[in-house]
Design a protein around this ligand. Structure first.
Ligand code: NAD
Length: 352
């Protein structure tokens, strides 16, 4: 019998092609007059050109955003925010840039307009991960959630195929864990199933033709759904394990997700019959974990944690850490089973 609690997150979403034309309106919608533009150094030019439609409302550009939102970078950006007298931020880029915008909003209350250019999904979550002295901590707050999101498929065309593939798999991981989250609900499950289907079909098309605007649009739509799932319900073993591995061995975020996901799913599979049925429908196969492993190979994702530079001794460390701080997971998290699973991910073997 159905029984659930559902809470929706407030955000205005503008989705399509050429939606950047609404940027000036979006600044007004958040009652801003002086916007600070944020980007990574790699996207300095792209961010500047993309935001030309609102050039007159942009008073500064901080292009030092980097992975995992280090406190030192946030402090530099806070100085620029103060110096320019900006009253809102425009975060143009992937999860790293959007993370910086969230860190500024959390500290100052400035409204945020996010223009995502990857499939990570951070733009629709009230979650922020920050790094202080190499330690990453994560928090949730309504103050963290961006106010307006402009999804313009044009800006994803430049995302290199290799990055698109792993970013898409990172997104799929949010949907997969959303299907069996402790606090999942029927709406989240609908979104998650549609998200997996949409991304699993569009990512191979993007690999074959990176400028295929229809495939890019589908992937971005899937990413929005995945991000919404991540923002709505709690995650389990897969996300905890990736967090542990990333923190302990400084492994890249999206790549780690793409490698661990099939193994974490195979581990949980016996305990999540409804989620597995949804994944069988979404992926059109009797073996969802195997299909996600195959999708990783199709999009050229690294197959093993070893390839990411994790030391072999890290298998033991990761398993120890994974069982150290107990958290909810549909299958009990036991040391030996986790160690075996991490060893398979380390070696790049198929999930069992
Ligand atoms: P990213 O933002 O670090 O981007 C990776 C690289 O690709 C950067 O150099 C970036 O400038 C470049 N890039 C991005 N879009 C591009 C485009 N369209 N064309 C060309 N280059 C482009 O990568 P990411 O995977 O989007 O984000 C990872 C970070 O986001 C991690 O720190 C992760 O923890 C965080 N994250 C947070 C949440 C959340 O809800 N809080 C969710 C997902 C990810």
């Amino acid at each position: 019998m159905l029984s659930f609690t559902y809470e929706s997150l407030p955000a205005r979403i503008k989705f399509g092609r050429g939606t950047i034309a609404s940027l000036a309106d979006a600044i007004e919608e958040v009652a801003g007059t002086r916007a600070l533009l944020l980007s990574t150094p790699q996207q300095t030019e792209q961010a500047r050109e993309a935001t030309l439609p609102a050039e007159g409302q942009i008073v500064g550009h901080f292009d030092g955003a980097t992975m995992h939102t280090p406190l030192g970078v946030t402090e530099q950006a806070l100085d620029v925010l103060k110096q320019t007298g900006a009253d809102c931020v425009i975060s143009f880029g992937g999860g790293s840039t959007i993370g910086l915008g969230k860190a500024l909003a959390l500290r100052t209350g400035v409204p945020q307009i996010a223009i995502p250019t990857t499939y990570a999904g951070s733009e629709v979550t009230p979650i922020l991960g920050e790094t202080v002295d190499g330690r990453k901590t994560t928090q949730r707050s309504p103050k963290i959630l961006p106010n307006v999101v402009i999804y313009d498929v044009e800006f994803t065309l430049s995302l290199p195929p290799a990055l698109s593939g792993i970013s898409g798999l990172n997104a799929i991981a949010h949907a997969v864990e959303g299907l069996y989250a402790r606090d999942t609900n029927p709406l989240v499950q609908l979104m998650a199933e549609a998200a997996v289907r949409t991304l699993a079909t569009s990512l191979p098309r993007i690999m074959a033709a990176p400028q295929d605007i229809e495939a890019r649009s589908q992937a971005l739509f899937g990413a929005w759904l995945c991000g919404t799932v991540l923002g709505s319900v709690g995650m389990a073993l897969h996300h905890k394990l990736c967090h542990t591995l990333g923190g302990a061995f400084d492994l890249p975020h999206a790549e780690t997700h793409s490698i661990v996901l099939p193994h974490a799913l195979a581990f949980n599979a016996p305990m999540i019959p409804e989620a597995m049925a949804a994944l069988r429908r979404a992926l059109g196969t009797e073996d969802p974990a195997g299909a996600l492993f195959n999708l990783g190979r199709t999009v050229g994702a690294p197959a093993s944690l070893k390839a990411l530079g994790m030391p072999e001794a890290g298998i033991q460390t990761a398993a120890e850490q994974a069982v150290k701080n107990p958290y909810w997971n549909p299958r009990p998290v036991e040391f030996e089973a986790i160690r075996t699973m991490v060893a398979r991910a380390y070696a790049g073997e198929r999930p069992v």
